[in-house]
Write a protein that binds this ligand. Structure first.
Ligand code: PLP
Length: 370
């Protein structure tokens, strides 16, 4: 099997799996328990929290451990607007967001919130002038992705933050799930940032929400005491140890991993740019891990099916979306419904080989030359 869907999920690094196993065996206690086994687990948790915070240049108490980026995004969006009812019910976001943000916003819209989506420029970036003009006194939340999951566009977060800061009551949330571990993210520009380690060779079922100290947030799970007042439940120590290791490896190996991925991306871009029927939808300066393409006359879902028959895995829109609708992100940059319906995503890793890319090109050849 040839796996080219690394932006949906990555295989766990064996060193991460080892960290998980070791912590699972070494710490039987619940970190919330006051006995020695509980305290040993609590100390181990506090060490990991500190190390993760140091790696992200944030404070330990600013980290909330969750079950994944979907939970982190839901907590950030629902928890921040609930804490800012006095500000208003106006929210700004984009058509590039993952369903864990966009579906949450639809839920808020059904409950009386007004949502404005920022225009996307042809380079995939948000229109900053439009952001300035849409911000209002009653804007309680702006939610942007650092890197979107379909095109891989890197958004100008610092410039956006500068505009949002003119409205001190507005919460600024960043979904950095496709960015952390792959490209630098400055957490300090946002009030909250979400991510999950299964995107960088960590384990699925674990996530993080960074929430800046002093920023109000109402918890969305009701339950007992935990290591954070914002999220109830027994802290998942072994998952957190695995997350710590995955982040450590991603950061120390970032330069070499990215060099390999950039070379793969350049190889595919060179090959596809010679093909008349292919549109490369990802902007030239997108992250190299994500390459969004369309082949004229072929629905993305048909391309996916035909590659699956050759045992090659690629994705159509986000793994969590339905394929019946055109991609909103690709439509935003190409303004073509046909192109958006034809789009599919190849996502790359340092584990990818040149042979795998050649196999992809051979499997696509019949669609390119009819
Ligand atoms: N946000 C983005 C940008 C994503 O790409 C994903 C997953 O694909 C998520 C959020 C949801 O992450 P999780 O599967 O950890 O809930």
């Amino acid at each position: 099997m040839i796996y080219l869907d690394y932006s949906a999920n990555t295989p766990a690094d064996p060193r991460v799996a080892e960290a998980f196993l070791r912590a699972s065996l070494d710490f039987p206690g619940n970190p919330n328990s006051k006995h020695p086994a509980g305290q040993a687990a609590a100390n181990a948790l506090s060490e990991s929290r500190k190390h993760i915070a140091d790696m992200l240049s944030v404070l330990p108490e600013e980290l909330i451990f969750t079950s994944g980026a979907t939970e982190s995004n839901n907590l950030a969006l629902l928890g921040s607007v609930a804490a800012r009812r006095h500000v208003g019910r106006h929210i700004i976001s984009t058509a590039l967001e993952h369903p864990s943000v966009s579906a949450c916003l639809s839920h808020l819209q059904e409950n009386g919130y007004e949502i404005d989506l920022l225009p996307i420029l042809s380079n995939g970036r948000i229109d900053l002038e439009a952001l300035s003009s849409l911000l209002r006194k009653d804007t309680c939340l702006v939610a942007l992705s650092a890197v979107d999951s379909e095109l891989g566009t890197v958004q100008p977060l610092a410039e956006a933050a500068e505009r949002i800061r003119r409205f001190p009551d507005c919460h600024f949330h960043v979904d950095a799930t496709q960015a952390v571990g792959k490209t630098p993210v400055d957490f300090s520009v946002a009030d909250s940032v979400s991510f999950a380690p299964h995107k960088f060779y960590g384990l699925t079922g674990s996530g993080v929400l960074y929430k800046k100290k002093g920023i109000p947030l109402l918890p969305q799970l009701h339950g007992g005491e935990s290591d954070s007042p914002y999220r109830s439940g027994t802290p998942a120590l072994a998952e957190i140890k695995a997350l710590e290791r995955a982040l450590e490896l991603a950061l120390t190996e970032q330069v070499s991993r990215n060099a390999a991925v950039r070379a793969h991306n350049a190889y595919l871009r060179t090959a596809f740019s010679k093909e008349k029927k292919v549109s490369i939808n990802s902007p030239a300066d997108a992250v190299p891990h994500i390459l969004n393409l369309s082949i004229a006359g072929n629905r993305g879902s048909a391309v996916q099916t035909s590659l699956a028959a050759a045992d090659i895995c690629i994705s159509v829109k986000s793994a969590c979306s339905s394929d019946a609708l055109p991609s909103r992100a690709v439509f935003a940059v190409s303004r073509s419904r046909k192109n958006a319906l034809a789009s599919f995503r190849v996502s790359l890793s340092h584990l990818t080989t040149r042979e795998e890319l050649d196999a992809l090109l051979s499997a696509l050849a019949p669609l390119l030359h009819i």
